[in-house]
Write a protein that binds this ligand. Structure first.
Ligand code: ZN
Length: 272
């Protein structure tokens, strides 16, 4: 619910406090943001450079995650996020990971920042202590400085400067990123984007001002139907690069069920 997280948010134009009145949020300077019927608020300023995942991609992601195929990754994310205080998910998608973190911590609230409206609609009802906020994570975040205890970044782009600003002094950043082994059975047969051998180093290099405090990994086999393989591809970055009809054709020629490896690194960073 937005009311639970209001004290962590700020106006994207002037950074002053937001209060709720009559279905809108209003800042001290009079900027007004309408709360959508579905329960999220857009704090986007101007037109975003990208619109994020479309409705089909979001539906595919929701179906795949709800089926529990990534449960070990969710569990590792929850373990790395343990503690107290506000949890911020940067590029939260449908709110699946953040909801799991909140489930494991009854006293906490969470803010899901996401740019795609179809994802925001789902995130808004993902958990009773979760507030869903439309924002471009490449821009200045509509979050008060030092307000966040744990920032989550799950298969999402990283904005180091803004993440450092919103994290408390003793705050943590939890990054989940794929290893080169992730979905390896599908990469060549389906023409997916590959993960470079230097992925972990590139993730750390993209986070100046942060130091690694812990690292954990998860690698496991999934047994997927053809539809689930299509959903998995549809939720990832390759969805933009692979022709849908060609993909469907290639998937139809795979054995069934399809054995697919999931492999991620869960890295916890603290501010230097
Ligand atoms: Zn304002």
């Amino acid at each position: 619910m937005l009311a639970d997280v209001l004290s962590y948010l700020c106006c994207p134009h002037c950074s002053t406090t937001l209060t709720e009145a009559g279905g809108s949020l209003r800042c001290e300077s009079g900027h007004v943001f309408d709360v959508a019927r579905q329960g999220y608020v857009s704090l986007l300023t101007g037109k975003a450079a990208v619109s994020g995942d479309n409705a089909d991609m979001v539906a595919a992601r929701d179906a795949f995650l709800s089926a529990g195929h990534y449960a070990p990754i969710v569990a590792a994310t929850v373990a790395a996020s343990a503690g107290e205080g506000c949890v911020l998910d940067l590029g939260a998608g449908t709110g699946h990971y953040l909801a799991a973190v909140l489930d494991a911590s009854p006293g906490r609230v969470g803010v899901a920042l996401e740019i795609a409206k179809p994802a925001l609609r789902r995130a808004a009802r993902a958990h009773p202590r979760l507030g869903a906020v439309g924002a471009d994570t490449w821009q200045r975040l509509p979050i008060r400085g030092g307000a966040v205890s744990v920032a989550l970044n799950v298969f999402a782009p990283r904005n180091a400067a803004e993440t450092a600003r919103v994290l408390a002094t003793d705050g943590r950043l939890v990054v989940v990123s794929p290893t080169p082994a992730h979905l390896r059975e599908l990469v060549s047969t389906l023409g997916l984007l590959t993960v470079g051998e230097d992925k972990a180093a590139r993730v750390s290099a993209s986070l100046p001002g942060f130091a690694v405090s812990a690292q954990d990994g998860r690698e496991f086999a999934m047994s997927l139907t053809h539809e689930e393989v299509l959903a998995l591809v549809g939720m990832g970055p390759s969805a933009w690069h692979v022709n849908a009809a060609a993909l469907r054709g290639r998937v139809s020629r795979l054995s069934s069920p399809v054995r697919v490896t999931a492999s991620v690194t869960v890295t916890t960073y603290v501010k230097e």
